[in-house]
Write a protein that binds this ligand. Structure first.
Ligand SMILES: Nc1ncnc2c1ncn2[C@@H]1O[C@H](COP(=O)(O)OP(=O)(O)OP(=O)(O)O)[C@@H](O)[C@H]1O
Ligand SMILES: [Mg+2]
Length: 342
């Protein structure tokens, strides 16, 4: 079957695989993409724990050669998954952080007509050669991933926060995502394409969608979808904190307990993983004793809405018969960082 979406299970993302702490990976953003690996960067292992359902979604998307569309609460781990997969597979990561002005075309290439015009007005030899159109074409992240496939090497591509762009953005990408090929209109005859018979070279594409913005159904049809849930399993939360170098088991346990209890309240904005990591990071830095966590110190790292802070104040301590009724401000450890409990 010679189709772009031939199932190819030869590449597997195994979240349980033992990985080195650091590894050298091909540099991603080189233009033009070199024929052989000329430049590498040393990357540290991504502290990411992917559960089995998430890993399965990655493998389905890779096998089908379709982008994995990730939705989920802020800080749920949508963006960093691409980093984790790129690291695990030892592949360069091409990144596109979408803005309101980003066009789908920018993912493929940009053409600098203004500079070409400018160069044409300068005396010959003093600037670029406007006769050489290729000098004014710069491949974008998807363009480079496709050009790298032509050189026989695979890439991971992150298209982050697709909801930030205009609705035309996903629609304008349909053809290129299907064909993994594009023409450079300004340079007749220049075409880049992933070799059709090499599914193992198809870029591994992650698309994140922050808001619950509905994407066009034609775009959805071309993706594999996964909703990144906040970990329900306390053990997984503990593993995530440990992966982020929180070695103190008692601190991990105490912080997770507070987080789980806070999340059980009817909050406007429930704290997620990102908040937990920030909070624990600070608790460690100032060496707050674990016994003080029930006093909700430095609550601003966890709760971002005033009414949520007020609600948290009424949260009974574990085993307590009734809420303390005291304002959180009164209960914060005072004095020097180090949380002497004051
Ligand atoms: N499964 C996980 N294992 C380890 N760390 C995680 C995991 N998920 C998220 N994190 C950590 O949580 C933080 C937020 O992750 P990330 O930036 O990927 O979230 P996001 O879903 O892209 O957030 P946003 O919607 O705000 O862009 C990062 O520090 C990341 O390392
Ligand atoms: Mg993100």
């Amino acid at each position: 079957m010679r189709t772009r979406h031939r199932v190819d299970t030869s590449t597997q993302f195994d979240p349980a695989a033992a990985l080195p702490e650091r590894r050298r990976i091909e540099r991603a953003d080189l233009e033009p993409v070199p024929a052989t690996v000329t430049d590498t960067v040393e990357v540290g292992r991504e502290p990411y724990i992917a559960g089995p359902r998430l890993a399965e979604a990655v493998n389905v998307a890779v096998a089908l050669g379709r982008p994995l569309l990730l939705q989920g609460d802020p800080g749920a781990g949508k963006t960093r998954l691409a980093h984790a997969v790129a690291y695990a597979l030892g592949l360069p990561l091409e990144e596109m952080y979408v803005k309101s002005t980003t066009r789908a075309q920018d993912l493929l290439y940009t053409y600098d007509a203004v500079r070409r015009l400018y160069d044409a007005q300068l005396p010959a030899g003093t600037a670029g050669d406007p006769g050489n159109v290729g000098d004014y074409v710069r491949l974008g992240p998807l363009g480079r991933a496709i050009a790298r496939a032509e050189q026989g090497r695979r890439s991971v591509l992150l298209i982050d926060e697709i909801d930030k762009a205009d609705i035309d953005f996903p629609n304008d990408l349909l053809r290129e995502l299907d064909q993994l090929a594009f023409d450079v209109a300004e340079q007749p005859g220049r075409r880049h394409a992933v070799p059709e018979d090499r599914p193992d070279l198809r870029p591994i594409i992650f698309v994140t969608n922050n808001e619950e913005k509905v994407l066009p159904s034609a775009f959805l049809r071309r993706c594999v979808f996964h909703f990144v849930e906040f970990p329900r399993d306390v053990g997984l939360l503990d593993e995530i904190l440990a992966a982020h170098e929180v070695p103190e088991a008692a601190l991990r346990e105490g912080a997770i307990d507070v987080l789980v209890r806070l999340r059980s309240l009817n909050l406007t904005k429930r704290p997620g993983l990102s908040e937990l990591l920030d909070w624990v990071g600070y608790l460690r830095a100032v060496q707050t004793p674990v016994v003080e966590l029930d006093l909700l110190p430095y609550i601003g790292a966890l709760l971002k809405v005033r009414s949520d802070v007020a609600l948290a104040e009424t949260m009974p301590a574990p085993g307590a018969a009734s809420p303390s009724g005291r304002a959180i401000g009164d209960r914060l450890p005072r004095g020097l960082p180090g949380g002497d409990g004051g």
